[in-house]
Design a protein around this ligand. Structure first.
Ligand code: UDX
Length: 429
């Protein structure tokens, strides 16, 4: 099938290149010409495991192209995916300005039947708004359908998630559009949930907010564990065997971050409010999350008897491992908290140093973990990158001022570290 993608961010690039890999002819369009030039040369604009190969294979087989021409992309495509960003506005609601602009652009170039698919996470009702914008901005009427098709991929395993989805949600009441979408996704052999567009849009918010609730729940439990001397890892294990609960999203830590959870929770609180419902549960989830980040700063402060003039080695900057994404990263927020308390910070992340420099220029960036910890009063693990689990802590002990670790990701072995003379503290254990 001929597919057009508008907006080449995480979702757009993964969707476009994976659809090309499935045998479709795909054009990915973006107004950022610099980005398009890079991608046409096979240079990646984001770090995502396995994406490089999929993009290069698509370019080599000419099933994948990148373009800065929205008009010709729409003309050549039967299915057009809107994959632009929907940042939070001041009220917490998802800002639809990019989605609306793209809808107008698409409208101007429709000359035959098209399916326009919304993959961006948008408030309930947006599919209908996009439908209306296109209708109003088409120079001549042509039949078209707008479909909601939310994306559930996780950064760090996006290609794998796209190719092996737990489910595919298609929100539309047009049989013609549902038929084409079903055909497009048939090779993935995933369960299909066909719904009206409002329910499809709601599925995305409800899923992400539920997962965020799980994380805040286990973080709250971890704080009680700290107070009563229980181990949250064992608690999560014991809970997870219950099939109704499951093991996933029960890792206690510094709070959730990333481009989706905080934004989607805020947006759902706003959607609820606008609909006349006060979503107190989800407000609590956000409160627990913010307090969890602050708690990490207090924990380190208590361990060191104050942070003034202390040098802290911060290991990890991205919001989770296997990504260079630092948007809403707890690591960044915690480092800012440490600076506010008068500490100086030396940081290292395997792939996010450059991104972090742009928003946090006041700290020192090191080329590896060993350089970062040298001469430090305390080490704080902020992202559970595999390479931090295998560091030579015996060697590190010789280079630090003080052998002390706050492991906000519970990814190190407390017994081993304590045995070799470290003061170790995790989260809820
Ligand atoms: C999420 C959803 O998982 C995905 O379906 C959706 O499409 C986009 O949002 P992503 O933002 O890539 O994906 O990250 P995810 O792996 O879900 O993690 C979100 C945050 O929660 C991270 O900061 C992570 O460290 C944190 N987390 C996750 C925990 O603290 N504990 C856990 O047990 C799981």
């Amino acid at each position: 099938m001929n597919v057009g993608i508008i907006g080449v961010g995480y979702v757009g690039l993964v969707t476009g290149s994976c659809l090309a890999r499935m045998g479709n002819k795909v054009i990915c369009a973006d107004i950022d010409t610099e980005k398009i030039d890079k991608l046409n040369q096979g240079i990646m604009t984001i770090y995502e495991p396995g994406l490089d190969e999929v993009v290069k294979a698509g370019l080599a087989e000419t099933t994948l192209r990148f373009s800065d021409q929205i008009e010709s992309t729409v003309e050549e495509s039967d299915l057009i995916f809107i994959c632009v960003g929907t940042p939070s506005d001041e009220s917490g609601a998802a800002d639809l300005k990019y989605v609306k602009e793209v809808a107008k652009g698409i409208a101007a170039s429709i000359h035959r039947y098209k399916v326009i698919i919304n993959k961006s996470t948008v408030p309930v009702g947006t599919t209908r708004i996009v439908q209306k914008i296109i209708e109003e901005n088409m120079p001549h009427f042509h039949e078209f359908d707008v479909v909601s098709n939310p994306e559930f991929l996780r950064e760090g395993s996006a290609v794998e998630d796209f190719m092996n989805p737990d489910r595919i949600v298609i929100g539309s009441d047009s049989q013609k559009a549902i038929g084409l979408m079903t055909e497009l996704y048939a090779p993935l052999k995933a369960p299909l949930v066909i719904a009206d567009s409002a329910s499809a849009e709601m599925i995305k918010y409800a899923s992400n907010s539920f997962l965020a609730t799980k994380v805040s729940f286990i973080n709250a439990i971890s704080n009680i564990c700290d107070n009563v001397g229980a181990d949250v890892k064992k608690v999560a294990l014991g809970m997870g065997y219950d099939k109704r609960i499951g093991f996933e999203f029960l890792e206690a830590g510094p709070g959730f971050g990333g481009s989706c959870f905080p934004k989607d929770c805020k947006a759902l609180i706003k959607i609820a409010e606008d609909s006349g419902y006060d979503f107190r549960l989800l407000k609590g989830v956000m409160e627990v999350n913010e307090a969890q980040q602050e708690l990490m700063v207090s924990k380190l402060k208590n361990l060191l008897g104050g942070l003034k003039e202390k040098t802290i080695a911060a290991l990890g900057l991205s919001f989770k491992p296997n990504t260079d994404d630092i948007r809403e990263s707890p690591a960044i927020c915690i480092i800012k908290g440490l600076l506010k308390e008068g500490a100086s910070v030396k940081a290292y992340d395997p792939v996010s140093n450059e991104n972090a420099k742009k928003i946090l220029p006041e700290i020192k960036y090191e080329k590896d973990a060993y350089d970062a910890v040298k001469g430090s009063d305390g080490i704080i693990i902020l992202t559970e990158w595999d390479e931090f689990k295998w560091l030579d802590f015996e060697k590190i002990k010789q280079t630090v001022k003080n052998p002390l670790i706050l492991d906000t990701r519970n990814c190190l072995d407390p017994q081993l570290l304590r045995k070799s003379g470290y003061i170790y503290q995790g989260v809820g254990r």
